[in-house]
Design a protein around this ligand. Structure first.
Ligand code: CO
Length: 150
């Protein structure tokens, strides 16, 4: 395991679309393990592979005592809305107000390629939406109604 460098806003990699994952072997497992260590050290709620410079459709979410590894995720259903503050490990020192769905259903694959579905609401739903956007080169500051300094 290793800590990976989290790239910052302004790096063009953050604006690229990530590619589907077809490798569910050692290389992907290593990436996931490194991302987890990196997220814990950074004390964040989620991290997407492009944030560590890897353009693959992978993100992890760690919040409310739960931990998810999502590979090739798709948000298949949303309902309601919530308005709240968000930050990002790639946009250090800032926060912003973003409107997100209150509930989401995410379909993804685990590290072995096995499909699963997760229903989330509130903060977890927000985290899934935020991380999923990273896979399409979207940052929360693109959607925020205001961005301030922490
Ligand atoms: Co982020």
């Amino acid at each position: 395991m290793a800590i990976r460098n989290i790239i910052q806003n302004g790096d063009p990699t953050l604006r690229k679309k990530s590619f589907e994952v077809t490798d569910f072997g050692e290389k992907t497992h290593q990436l996931l393990d490194d991302m987890k260590d990196t997220l814990i050290l950074a004390d964040g709620a989620g991290l997407a592979a492009p944030q560590v410079g890897v353009l693959r459709r992978i993100f992890i979410v760690s919040a409310e005592g739960k931990y998810y590894e999502c590979i090739n995720p798709k948000i298949v259903k949303t309902s309601g809305e919530q308005i709240g503050e968000e930050g990002c490990l790639s946009v250090r020192g800032k926060f912003g107000t973003v409107k997100r769905p209150m509930k989401v259903t995410v379909k993804a694959q685990d590290r072995f390629g096995k499909p699963f579905t997760v229903n989330a609401s509130g903060f977890l739903a927000r985290a899934f939406c935020h991380e999923n956007d990273h896979l399409d080169g979207i940052l929360y500051i693109d959607k925020a109604t205001n961005v301030g300094d922490c």
